[in-house]
Design a binder for this molecule. Sequence first.
Ligand SMILES: [Zn+2]
Ligand SMILES: [Zn+2]
Length: 188
Amino acid sequence: MAVEKLETKDIAIIDRDLWERVIAFHGHICPGVTIGYRAALYASKLLGLSFSEDEEVVCVSENDACGVDAIQVILGCSAGKGNLLFHLRGKSAYTFYERKGGKSVRLMLNRPSQKMSRQEALKYYHELPDEEMFSAGPARIPLPEPAKNFDSYVCEECGELTGSNWIRIVNGRKLCMDCAGEYNRFNV
Ligand SMILES: [Zn+2]
Ligand SMILES: [Zn+2]
């Protein structure tokens, strides 16, 4: 099935240049990336955030869907810098933290009142006022500590260098998690 191409020409977009940069990164136009775009802009307004060159801004996302890409582009919270973290719960919720001032906010997407096509949802999520789009509340997760560099060990099975935080001790041998295998006793 061909994916329907969505259009933004009849849509009021808050900052079209920024939106174009988000789409250049994400690859396609979709309602999902719009949710992250709006969340990043709303959080910027509430907390006075700008693009994070280092780890000044932290985002904890409760989903791993399209919207996360917009947050990376707009706020510089990225997987590589360690200031984009996941608390995967399948919710359209994002918590933003401003490390210096200690401010934070959790934005939860409100449920839309009607069923919509993807094109309608794209327009709806671009044009809905911030306060109607998201419920803003206090963070539920404490501000994560800054990213650390870990010592590394050589896995005694595969010989590959592995960060100490990811090493398992099995029968006295240091193993990477792939060589250690699954241990699911606590997963009941
Ligand atoms: Zn998408
Ligand atoms: Zn290994």
